[in-house]
Design a protein around this ligand. Structure first.
Ligand code: DGP
Length: 114
């Protein structure tokens, strides 16, 4: 999608600190971190929200979590604990309409989330 900031990050058209890239998934540091480690795992392919997922996206979605596991180990938060969050829709706080898995760690996390 030409107008999508995360498509542009995936394509290397705008800069981001990337920690992992493969054919399907890119992980980069969030511009506005909410924890000492705050990363975003995105599919290269544009999917706007969880509501747009199709049956054939199941494996791709699994790959987002496998990438999360890999970068959590790289960042040293795998054992101390980390939170994964995917906001769906404006009411949940989604501001970029290209699905992304937040990976947050390096501090204690409260519950319930705000
Ligand atoms: P959400 O609110 O769930 O849609 O999260 C969007 C996140 O994306 C938010 O934490 C800030 C981050 N973000 C927005 N624009 C950019 C950008 O241009 N670069 C990077 N690295 N992160 C961005």
């Amino acid at each position: 999608m030409t107008d999508c900031i995360f498509c542009k990050i995936a394509a290397g058209e705008i800069p981001a600190e990337k920690l992992l890239e493969n054919d399907d998934v890119v992980v980069f540091r969030d511009l506005n971190p909410q924890a000492p480690t705050h990363l975003l795992a995105i599919p290269r392919r544009h999917i706007a929200t969880i509501n747009d997922l199709q049956e054939q996206d199941a494996a791709l979605f699994g790959k987002l979590f496998l990438a999360a596991k890999e970068v959590a180990a790289l960042e040293g938060i795998a054992d101390t604990g980390y939170r994964t969050v995917m906001n769906c829709g404006e009411g949940a706080g989604q501001t970029v309409f290209h699905i992304h898995l937040h990976i947050l760690g390096g501090r204690a996390m409260g519950w319930p989330p705000g």
